[in-house]
Design a protein around this ligand. Structure first.
Ligand code: AMP
Length: 394
C-alpha cells in the first residue's frame, strides 16, 4: 500500500525512521541529513491531520546507555519540524503509551532508542507487538535498516495487516534502485571502491551479471591487482579473497563486461597525512609502500568512462579521501558523476563514505539520487530480498 492510499486523518501513525545520526561531545547532532530526509513523510502525515509517533535506533548500545538516548536529538528535531516534540523515556510499556495514546492530530512524539531493548535486534514478536500499541498505522521510512529483520523494521508489520505503507523516503530509495537494476539506460557502469573487500565481493559477483562496465578503485582494487599478477607492495589486500577476485575477472571477460582497474596509484610510505608520496604503476608498487589513492592517469581515465556512461552506480571511495593528499581520485570521480548527470545520465550514490565524499564535494544535489542506505543498498543490488520490504507485502 502506498502512503497516499492510507486514511491518516485523526490516526496515530507510528513511523520507523533512521535517526541514527552522529552526535558531538556535547551530544549535539553533528550531521542532521537523516532527520531532514525524514521530513517530507512527517510533514505529509501532519498536514493530513495525523499524529506522529517516531521510533528509531541510535548507535549500538548494549542495554541502556544515556549517551545514546534519543532525547539528545529532540532539540534538532523540534527545530527542523518547527513543533515541540514529546519524548517517551521508554519505547514500550506504560511510559510510551501514556504519551502516544493521548496524542492529538498535529502532535509528534519520539520514543526512546529501540536498541535499549535487546528484543529489537532479536526481532522479538512480543516486543514488536508492544511497539505496535503506539500506532493505528505503521509507516516504515528507514532504508538504512531495511536489510535487518528487526522488531521495528520487519516483525512489527504483521500487527498491521492493512494499515501500513512505506514512507516517501523509503519509496524513493526503492524507485531509484529499481530504476538502476530493472531498466537502466546503457551503458550501465558500477563503480565500487572502499576497503571492505570481503563484503563487497558478493556485490561484484552479482553486478558482473548485470552491468556493461565495472570500475574498481580504493583499497578493494589491490586484491584484484594481485589476482592478475601485479606487485602491490604493502597495500591493503585480502589474500584469501584472491581466488574470488580472479573468478570475477574471468566472468567479466566471458560476459564482455569492461573492467577498469587503476593503472597507476598514489603510493605512500605510511598511512598518514605526513607520509612521503609518489605515483607509480599499480602493478609495480615497491615493498614498504602502499597504494592509498588511484593515480592521476587512472583518475582521468575513470572520469572519462563515467562521462561516457548513461547509468552509474557508485559505492565506496577511490582512496583514503579523508586525507587530502589521497583524495584526488575520489573527488575527480565525484565531479565526473556531476558532469554525467548534467548531460542526462542517471547517477545513484550510496554507502556512508561515498555519500560523505559527495557531500564534501558539495555535489549531493547535483547527482540524480543519494541513497541513505549502505548495507541495505548493497544487499538490494545483490538481488537479496530485504526483510523490511518483504514484510510490507505480507
Ligand atoms: P568502505 O567502508 O568499504 O566503503 O571503505 C571506506 C574506507 O576505505 C574509507 O575510510 C577509506 O579511507 C578507505 N580506503 C579507501 N581506499 C583505501 C586504500 N587504498 N587503502 C586503505 N583504505 C582505503
Amino acid at each position: 500500500m502506498s502512503l497516499s492510499n492510507l486514511h491518516i486523518k485523526g490516526k496515530r501513525v507510528l513511523v520507523r525512521v533512521d535517526f541514527n545520526v552522529p552526535l558531538d561531545e556535547n551530544f549535539k547532532v553533528q550531521d542532521d541529513t537523516r532527520i531532514r530526509k525524514a521530513l517530507p513523510t512527517l510533514k505529509y502525515l501532519l498536514e493530513g491531520g495525523a499524529s506522529v509517533v517516531l521510533m528509531s535506533h541510535l548507535g549500538r548500545p548494549k542495554g541502556v546507555i544515556q549517551e545514546l538516548s534519543l532525547c539528545h536529538i529532540v532539540p534538532k528535531l523540534e527545530e527542523l519540524l518547527g513543533l515541540s516534540v514529546k519524548f517517551a523515556k521508554d519505547c514500550v510499556g506504560d511510559t510510551a503509551l501514556d504519551i502516544t495514546q493521548s496524542l492529538k492530530p498535529g502532535e509528534v512524539a519520539l520514543l526512546e532508542n529501540l536498541r535499549f531493548h535487546n528484543e529489537e535486534k532479536e526481532g522479538d514478536e512480543f516486543f514488536a507487538g508492544q511497539l505496535a500499541e503506539s500506532g493505528d498505522i505503521y509507516v516504515n521510512d528507514a532504508f538504512g535498516t531495511a536489510h535487518r529483520a528487526h522488531a521495528s523494521t520487519s516483525i512489527i508489520a504483521r500487527f498491521f495487516p492493512v494499515d501500513k505503507a512505506f514512507g516517501l523516503l523509503l519509496q524513493g530509495e526503492i524507485d531509484a534502485l529499481s530504476k538502476v537494476m530493472s531498466d537502466p539506460a546503457s551503458p550501465l557502469l558500477a563503480i565500487i571502491g572502499g576497503a571492505k573487500v570481503s563484503s563487497k565481493l558478493a556485490i561484484l559477483e552479482s553486478l558482473v551479471n548485470k552491468v556493461d562496465r565495472l570500475m574498481i578503485g580504493g583499497g578493494m582494487a589491490y586484491t584484484f591487482v594481485l589476482a592478475r599478477g601485479g606487485n602491490v607492495g604493502n597495500s591493503l589486500v585480502e589474500e584469501n579473497m584472491v581466488p574470488r577476485a580472479r573468478d570475477i575477472l574471468k566472468k567479466a571477460e566471458e560476459k564482455g563486461v569492461e573492467v577498469f582497474l587503476p593503472v597507476d596509484s598514489v603510493i605512500a610510505d605510511k598511512f598518514s597525512d605526513d607520509a612521503k608520496t609518489q605515483s607509480c604503476s599499480t602493478d609495480d608498487i615497491p615493498d614498504g609502500w602502499m597504494g592509498l589513492d588511484i593515480g592521476p592517469d587512472s583518475a582521468n581515465k575513470f572520469a572519462e568512462v563515467v562521462r561516457k556512461s548513461k547509468t552509474i552506480l557508485w559505492n565506496g571511495p577511490m582512496g583514503v579521501f579523508e586525507i587530502e593528499k589521497f583524495s584526488n581520485g575520489t573527488f575527480t570521480v565525484a565531479n565526473a558523476l556531476k558532469e554525467a548527470t548534467d548531460i542526462g545520465g542517471y547517477t545513484l550514490i550510496g554507502g556512508g563514505d561515498s555519500v560523505a565524499a559527495i557531500n564534501a564535494a558539495n555535489l549531493s544535489d547535483q547527482v540524480s539520487y543519494v541513497s541513505t542506505g549502505g548495507g541495505a543498498m548493497l544487499e538490494y543490488l545483490e538481488g537479496k530480498v530485504l526483510p523490511a520490504i518483504a514484510a510490507m507485502a505480507e
